[in-house]
Design a protein around this ligand. Structure first.
Ligand SMILES: *Cc1c(COP(=O)(O)O)cnc(C)c1O
Length: 435
């Protein structure tokens, strides 16, 4: 279908073309039970992933001392952000009732972004499968033994490849290298220099491409296909990545219970998730729907220049359309969100369970970055601020009027590993941005 026909059928596309910050509510939303039944993955799959992460905890605790405090469990804190909530109300002259919380995946151990969930999980699962098949490991074993020279030698016969704009490469690279794998990260030209340097320091092979993310992914895929000892981590189609993220939903349920925060029909939970290709936010949303059913409302956030998931959902053709097809340039400072074509797998799973999606401009992201740093004293990378604009969109659309006792949870997806120099650059830019 050509663009003119698409616009006639879905006028919202014109707003996307104009880079207007846009809110889309999902007309295909179904009751959670029906939606989850359509998915190719089940609750048992999420529990299996959680159990696997438990098995690896004794290993992670030793391999990465920063996980000692949490006994090898990679989980982030949840903190109230009342000052930022008031600041949002003032800056955008909207009323934002309810309680606001930040979920700090930005400060997850090992790789400082949401990718420390899915990325690390897939590498661990692959390592476990290889070791079990070789008769060297049993699920009852103490996985701390994986730290031995014997296992590093065993894994060094195998390689792992991934195409990445940055954060996925960091998480896969750091985890794979630690286990002893030979790991190659195919990176697009727009990937930040410090990420490439950090990976090379850890012994990761980094290959750079002049063009964008899609080509980096293609090359990674080709390299792996030619080598039976190479496992390719497929950001667009991997169910393992997805399940690694989904575990967050179950853990969040415990976290909210511990804080005494109810989630029910009177106290709905709104969750705002920055979206690139879709696996991270999709996996988390899938876990959240299992944990909270109809009482959780998940929204995806994308840059105005890269609304690939929103476009795929609106047109209902998912990965058969890219943002370039409607004339957008897919250029944004939001690392991890500069994706032109969404995952078809994730789009199809989300179709009946996502409450909606929206876009946010880079200028808004920088303004929020500055305000958040000022109000809460925490630095986040631009993409990690995308969630904060969700409640503003909903309030403007009058969708929060009956949600006075809601909990709003903003998923801060990255920023923990950004070097000091880059932080100053981002903060300088933030001072010039208008809300
Ligand atoms: C990767 C990433 C996302 C989005 O995850 P996808 O799986 O690509 O949708 C969001 N924020 C940050 C900081 C990321 O690195």
């Amino acid at each position: 279908m050509n663009t003119a026909d698409l616009i006639k059928q879905f006028p919202i596309i014109e707003q996307l073309q104009a880079h207007t910050e846009t809110l889309w509510t999902n007309p295909h939303l179904e009751p959670t039970k029906a939606a989850l039944e359509k998915a190719p993955l089940t609750y048992a799959d999420v529990l299996d992933a959680e159990a696997r992460l438990q098995r690896f905890a004794p290993y992670l605790q030793l391999a990465f001392p920063e996980t000692e405090k949490s006994k090898g469990i990679i989980e982030s804190v949840l903190d109230p952000i009342p000052r930022m909530q008031r600041e949002l109300e003032a800056a955008y002259t909207v009323a934002l009732p309810g309680r606001f919380f930040m979920k700090y995946d930005s400060h997850l151990p090992i790789s400082g972004s949401i990718k420390a969930r899915g990325g690390i999980y897939e590498v661990l699962k692959h390592a476990e499968t290889l070791a079990i098949e070789a008769g060297r490991l049993h699920v009852q074993d103490d996985y701390a033994k994986l730290l031995s020279e014997e296992f590093r030698k065993f894994f060094s016969k195998y390689s792992i490849a991934v195409g990445s704009t940055g954060n996925l490469g960091l998480s896969i690279g750091i985890m794979s290298a630690k286990l002893g794998f030979h790991v190659t990260v195919h990176m697009s030209a727009d990937a930040k220099a410090w990420k490439k340097e950090l990976l090379r320091e850890k012994g990761v092979e980094v290959i750079e491409y002049e063009s964008d993310y899609s080509l980096a992914v293609e090359r990674g895929r080709e390299q792996a296909a030619a080598d039976p000892f190479c496992h390719f981590i497929d950001d667009e189609n991997s169910t393992d990545l997805f399940l690694g993220y989904a575990v967050a939903g179950l853990r969040l349920k415990q976290q909210l219970e511990q804080k005494g925060l109810p989630v029910d029909a009177e106290h709905p939970l709104y969750v705002y998730l920055p979206c690139g290709v879709g696996g991270g936010p999709g996996g988390v949303a899938f876990g959240l729907k299992h944990a909270f059913g109809d009482d959780v409302h998940c929204f995806f956030a994308e840059p105005t220049h890269s609304p690939c998931m929103l476009l795929g959902l609106v047109t209902d053709i998912h990965d058969a359309i890219s943002v370039e097809d409607i004339g957008l340039d897919n250029k944004t400072e939001a690392d991890g969100l500069a994706v032109g074509r969404a995952s078809g797998f994730v789009g199809n799973v989300m179709k009946p369970m996502l409450a909606g999606a929206y876009t946010v401009s880079d200028e808004t992201l920088f303004a929020l970055l500055g305000k958040f740093h000022e109000m809460e004293g925490v630095f986040l990378e631009p993409s990690a601020l995308a969630g904060l604009f969700g409640p503003v969109h909903l309030a403007r659309a009058g969708q929060l009027e009956n949600a006075k006792s809601a909990t709003h949870l903003i998923w801060a997806t990255g920023g923990g590993m950004v070097p000091a120099e880059m932080r100053s650059e981002y903060l300088a830019k933030a001072r010039e941005a208008r809300p």
